[in-house]
Design a protein around this ligand. Structure first.
Ligand SMILES: Nc1ncnc2c1ncn2[C@@H]1O[C@H](COP(=O)(O)OP(=O)(O)OP(=O)(O)O)[C@@H](O)[C@H]1O
Ligand SMILES: O=C(O)[C@H](O)[C@@H](O)[C@H](O)[C@H](O)CO
Length: 164
């Protein structure tokens, strides 16, 4: 049976929004942009170049999960950093059958992509803290790893192959 929920996760600049949106479109599902569910204070912190702490993230993750359950369409494809194991466990608990796509690339490449990105509150300076917080999901149930150092069409094609 097709998975009802997909989490596209990784550090800032790994391509979560881009890949999740493309995947949702190809699967005929709904797309949820995790960033839309941050409390305003979180956006302010990140805009000031300050990393979020666990306490800032829990209410956000709960809001993302709730938004996903409110959507009627399936599958629901969610772009959300979900950097730590505990964050993913919260999402798994609330979104049964959740499949995870982990977008992986090195800091230098992602730094360059963030530097080139315009009009976004999240700047490349926070990348170091993102990698420091990252607990790769490798070995957790229902996880696939995508090498996103490749050009976008190849990444999307690989994501579609995984999603069937
Ligand atoms: N495979 C790729 N090759 C080249 N550029 C890419 C690729 N994937 C994404 N990008 C570009 O990298 C930038 C970051 O992508 P995107 O905004 O989707 O990442 P994100 O993980 O959602 O970031 P954030 O968490 O900060 O919102 C964008 O400008 C996007 O167009
Ligand atoms: O978990 C976090 O540190 C943050 O929430 C970020 O990852 C942002 O949501 C996003 O990735 C930036 O656009």
């Amino acid at each position: 049976m097709a998975a009802p929920f997909w989490l596209v996760m990784g550090v800032s600049g790994s391509g979560k929004s881009t890949v999740a949106r493309a995947l949702a479109e190809h699967l005929g599902g709904a797309f949820i942009e995790g960033d839309d569910y941050h409390p305003r204070r979180n956006i302010e912190l990140m805009s000031q170049g300050k990393a979020l702490a666990d306490a800032d993230r829990w209410p956000w993750l709960a809001a993302v999960a709730e938004a996903a359950t409110r959507v009627d369409t399936r599958p629901v494809v969610i772009a959300c950093s979900a950097l730590k194991r505990g964050y993913r466990d919260l999402l798994r608990e609330r979104l049964p059958g959740l499949r995870v796509l982990f977008l992986q690339a090195g800091p230098d490449l992602l730094h360059a992509r963030l530097d080139a990105r315009r009009d976004h509150f999240m700047k490349a300076g926070l990348l170091r803290s993102q990698f420091a917080d990252l607990e790769p999901p490798v070995g957790e149930a229902g996880v696939d790893v995508l090498d996103v150092s490749r050009p976008l069409p190849a990444v999307v094609e690989a994501a579609l192959r995984i999603a069937g």
